[in-house]
Design a protein around this ligand. Structure first.
Ligand SMILES: Nc1ncnc2c1ncn2[C@@H]1O[C@H](COP(=O)(O)OP(=O)(O)OP(=O)(O)O)[C@@H](O)[C@H]1O
Length: 131
């Protein structure tokens, strides 16, 4: 596999290309990455539908970014663990479980953010629907 041997601006743009390849690879190989991306798209569509204020958009974008970034780092750690420790090992388990814990924390933050942003608009929508 080729390394990034380019220099100057070319090296800079190539590193973006490698990053895009990493995201594409994680999206293809990790079901959780696809599930989280699907939720992210749904949440952004709902935010547009309910016309949430700019500050709430930023909170949702922060939550989505945290979850997807944690998922990418989790995927990277899983790959390295599988490479160096294909056999069962307590440290391999600790590494994978800790990385999964990071994803769980960001997902919990995303759920709380979603409730914070959508509770009022959804309640108003239901109230309008009932009256
Ligand atoms: N080499 C290993 N040594 C010890 N325990 C491991 C090892 N590999 C995996 N495990 C345990 O099995 C769990 C599941 O590991 P696996 O590699 O299937 O990842 P995963 O969390 O299912 O991720 P994904 O499904 O996204 O690939 C880990 O969280 C860990 O507890």
């Amino acid at each position: 596999m080729p390394k990034n041997t380019a220099a100057g601006p070319k090296r800079f743009w190539k590193s973006f290309w490698y990053a895009a390849q990493g995201i594409r690879q994680a999206f293809r190989s990790e079901q959780n990455m696809r599930v989280h991306t699907g939720f992210a798209v749904l949440v952004l569509l709902l935010a547009a539908l309910f016309r949430v204020p700019p500050g709430d958009w930023m909170l949702l974008l922060l939550a989505i970014t945290l979850v997807l970034a944690a998922e990418l780092i989790n995927t990277a750690i899983e790959s390295v663990v599988d490479l160096v420790s294909p056999e069962l090992h307590p440290l391999a388990k600790a590494a994978k479980d800790t990385a999964a814990g990071a994803v769980f924390l960001t997902a919990a933050f995303a759920v709380i953010s979603g409730i914070y942003v959508f509770y009022r608009p959804v309640m108003d929508w239901i109230a309008g629907f009932m009256s």
